[in-house]
Design a binder for this molecule. Structure first.
Ligand SMILES: NC(=O)c1ccc[n+]([C@@H]2O[C@H](COP(=O)([O-])OP(=O)(O)OC[C@H]3O[C@@H](n4cnc5c(N)ncnc54)[C@H](O)[C@@H]3O)[C@@H](O)[C@H]2O)c1
Length: 262
């Protein structure tokens, strides 16, 4: 059995059967395959993304016997009133067992060129949306004494690239929230962890002027000499949302092939 088949089989073990998962940015470069793996693991996935064509492409890849468990929420996370209202409806139908705060934007330019409005916009998408999603799920998680929150941070918190001030700031906020939520919610059987992806070959990378040179640069920095895949992210999310991970909370887990060892 090759590695991809093994990971897909692991995802297919039904570990999340009956679980209702809210996943933001679910149709993106990492989200698309991860959503498919969560569905394969038996979850009902509330897949939130603003991008219509990416949502269509996600839907097209879902096996027919799983489409009933994919609930596409095509909306913009900055429309906070609509977001709160829609999540309120979902939570009223049943507990949201798992929240994955994954959506992010990552504008890149020198700090001084960002207007305050642009800085606030990044914070709204990357951080405030996580506050709203987590707050919507919390009462249901607390009532049932079980919940899992996963915040997606970034390798850029620990090193690497410049010209990403609001993005890195937002990931620092998510890490702070991870630890604060873990401390506050642990007594209710809710864990909160972060995962910090390394450099994954998603669309954002395709515009790189020297793709081969960039891949060499990435592999030179990683201990594991292959590029990461969305299955690597999915496998970590599946572990953190499993019963077996119930004693792990407040952590930021690097999924980067051993680039950062902190
Ligand atoms: N790809 C990498 O190498 C990498 C590295 C480090 C961290 N990350 C983190 O992983 C996560 C996923 O990254 P990705 O590579 O899949 O990015 P991506 O840009 O491919 O996906 C992000 C998704 O979020 C959606 N989104 C953005 N703003 C939105 C809004 N206002 N409302 C609703 N949806 C919105 C986009 O439509 C997109 O589908 C992000 O948190 C990112 O910071 C990725």
């Amino acid at each position: 059995m090759n590695r991809e088949t093994a990971l897909a089989a692991q995802a297919g073990q039904g570990a999340l059967t009956g679980r209702r998962v809210l996943y933001t940015g679910a149709s993106g470069g990492l989200g698309h395959q991860t959503t498919l793996d969560l569905l394969a693991a038996g979850a009902d996935v509330f897949a939130l993304d603003r991008d219509h064509s990416k949502n269509e492409s996600l839907l097209a890849d879902v096996p027919p016997d799983q489409t009933g468990r994919l609930h596409l929420l095509e909306m913009d996370l900055t429309d906070q009133d609509r977001l709160e209202a829609r999540l309120g409806e979902i939570a009223a139908e049943g507990p949201i067992d798992v929240v994955i705060n994954n959506a992010a934007i990552y504008p890149s330019k020198p700090f001084e060129e960002f207007s305050m409005e642009e800085l606030r916009h990044v914070h709204q998408v990357n951080v405030e949306a996580a506050l709203i999603c987590t707050r919507a799920a919390l009462p249901g998680m607390r009532d049932q004494g079980w919940g899992r929150i996963v915040n997606v941070t970034s390798i850029t918190l620990t090193g690497g690239w410049e010209n990403l001030v609001p993005y890195v700031q937002s990931k620092g906020s998510l890490l702070g929230l991870t630890r604060a939520w873990a401390r506050e919610f642990g007594k209710w059987g809710i864990t909160c962890n972060a995962i910090a992806p390394g450099a994954f070959p998603t669309d954002a990378e395709k515009i790189h002027p020297d793709p081969e040179g960039y891949t060499r640069f990435v592999l030179d920095h990683q201990a594991v000499k292959r590029r990461g895949t969305p299955h690597d992210i999915a496998a970590t999310i599946l572990f953190l949302t499993s019963e077996g991970a119930g004693f792990i909370t407040g952590q930021n887990i690097a999924v980067d092939g051993g680039w950062n060892m902190t």
